[in-house]
Design a protein around this ligand. Structure first.
Ligand code: XMP
Length: 529
């Protein structure tokens, strides 16, 4: 799709939030690296630009910079935090570090780092000039905002005026109305800036005069037409996991090419209680053409004696590809593979701090593309997770299914610490079902990002009836999260905890102790392996 708006990313942790906010306002947009060339940025003929924040300092020689032709392109520009400082520097203003002026620290929290003082957290700005993106406010109006920066603009570029001030800075926002260039030192994209969406909306619709072009129905229509044109004949394969992404991707492709889409569902024996049957029923309800492969024994055999988490993940990834490939080879004239890749997986960001370490290897079917010489269809490549849910709903997929909590590709294997055996999986399945039943009964299924049980290979002494037991332990993990990148543990009501713990010990032979995981991510991950 053509983007009316391009967001140039300078490595801010909030860049995706800007894109989501813009799309929620009904405008399709894409994120490009902040250092992208003028030609690349102009390729989709955008009508406005947003510059994100970022962790670097514009005063450093190594800081990522925006191409000057972009700044002078005449397009309306809204620049946030680091983006505002870049614009100031590029257009002849001056940026200084907070260390230079330590007495004026704003109303936000302050933290000392190497002699610099940074403004971080909630703050208040006063609107000086209700124009441009601030057109929705009154002069003198006070706004609660979220600040997160070390540098600030101390001298306006020629032609600019200050449009808001904070206790920490007389230039908390600036504007050049004629050039349609605006900067804000705070972050309108985060929910801690309650009226941030209004500011973005004023920029999109009043200043830049963009049109609403983004809604689930038009996305489905365009995507289905695109797939029809791409695959006029031949067959397509898709690996279904039972999760939301692969299901929505498959339903979209099925709308375009019907039963020429062959879905392959590998039952790896690591699914939850009755899950294989339930997801198959669902697939049939959507009318999908599904080949189910029962590979539980093979996975269990390959995992025998393995306790190292990374080795487990690698084995599961490899066996999955082998099983999938065997099945796909039975289908004639296969030309494409469908993948449920989402937008966050494809955004190229400016790498300011270098690549990230592999914490866990996630498996996918990427190896197949080379082996079988398949093309790729990634119908969700432009979407964020919450948009996939909207599309799913629009496609008529039941809310119960759409709202499902994420479940990892390697399944219960990463929750069954120590050796994976059929017996230990049986115990874990019952404990997991009890946790989910009680979470649902408490109305918490959609409040929590995930809730599940983990079986620990730790034996402890207990007493049941009159006898001594020496059994394993179950940990309960329940977290809230926006995107799985960070998470907080959830404090259940005492009654819920008591029910879960009593039921697990009573209903699962082999467990005599239940503990609660009260770790945030970071430092802990959500899954235990
Ligand atoms: P962690 O454990 O890294 O998990 O904090 C973050 C989110 O990702 C899910 N997860 C996976 N999803 N394949 C997946 O599709 C995987 O291998 C995998 N490992 C973890 C996890 O459930 C959580 O929501």
């Amino acid at each position: 799709m053509k983007s009316q708006l391009i967001i140039l990313d300078f490595g801010s942790q909030y860049t995706q939030l800007i894109a989501r906010a813009v799309r929620e306002l009904g405008v399709y947009c894409q994120i490009l690296p902040g250092t992208a060339s003028y030609q690349r940025v102009m390729a989709s003929q955008p009508r406005a630009l947003i510059l994100s924040g970022g962790p670097a300092s514009v005063r450093s020689a190594a800081a990522p910079r925006v191409a000057p032709e972009i700044v002078h392109s005449g397009l309306p520009i809204f620049a946030i935090c680091y983006g505002m400082q870049l614009m100031a520097q590029e257009l002849g203003g001056e940026v200084a570090g907070w260390g230079r002026d330590a007495s004026r620290t704003g109303s936000g929290e302050t933290a000392h780092t190497d002699g610099d003082i940074r403004e971080f957290g909630p703050a208040e700005v006063e609107v000086l000039e209700p124009a441009g993106p601030f057109g929705c406010f009154r002069r003198g109006e006070k706004l609660k905002v979220w600040m997160s920066h070390g540098d600030k603009v101390v001298e306006l570029p020629p032609g600019f005026s200050s449009t808001a001030c904070s206790a920490g800075s007389p230039i908390a926002a600036f504007a050049n109305l004629q050039a349609k260039i605006f900067g804000v030192q705070f972050h309108p994209e985060v929910h801690h800036t309650p009226r941030g969406k209004e500011i973005l909306a004023s920029f999109l619709f009043q200043t830049a005069d963009l049109e609403k072009d983004w809604d689930p129905a038009s996305f489905i229509h365009e995507t289905v037409d695109g797939i029809k044109a791409k695959v006029p004949s031949g067959n397509v394969v898709c690996g279904l996991s039972g999760g939301v992404d692969s299901t929505v991707a498959a339903v979209l492709v099925h709308r375009a090419i019907g039963d020429r889409l062959h879905c392959i569902f590998v039952d790896n024996g690591l699914l939850r209680l009755n899950e294989a049957e339930e997801v198959m029923d669902n697939f049939h309800m959507f009318g999908l053409n599904v080949h189910k492969v029962d590979a539980a024994d093979r996975f269990l055999r390959e995992l025998e004696g393995v306790t190292d988490p990374e080795t487990k993940r690698k084995i599961i990834g490899r066996v999955f590809i082998e099983v999938f490939e065997d099945e796909a080879k039975r289908i004639s004239d296969v030309q494409y593979l469908v993948q449920g890749t989402l937008y966050p997986d494809v955004i190229e960001s400016v790498s300011v701090v270098g690549g990230s370490a592999t914490i866990k290897s996630h498996h996918n079917v990427g190896g197949l593309i080379e082996d079988m010489k398949l093309g790729l269809i990634e119908p969700l490549r432009e979407l964020f997770k919450d948009e996939v849910r909207l599309i799913g709903r629009e496609l008529g997929i039941a809310p119960k299914f759409i709202e499902r909590q994420p479940f990892p590709g390697p399944g219960l294997a990463v929750r069954c610490l120590g050796e994976i055996t059929a017996e230990r999986l049986r115990v874990l399945r019952i404990a997991d079902r009890i946790v989910m039943d009680e979470v649902r009964a408490a109305g918490l299924e959609t409040v929590l990002w995930q809730a599940f049980a983990v079986l620990l290979p730790v034996r402890s002494v207990g007493v049941m009836g009159d006898g001594r037991t020496f059994d394993e332990c179950v940990a309960i993990r329940a977290v809230t999260s926006r995107d799985g990148m960070t998470a907080d543990w959830y404090l259940f009501d005492e009654t819920v905890l008591r029910r879960i713990s009593t039921r697990i010990v009573n209903e699962t032979a082999g467990v005599n102790r239940v503990v609660l995981d009260i770790s945030t991510k970071p430092p802990s991950t959500i899954e235990w392996e």
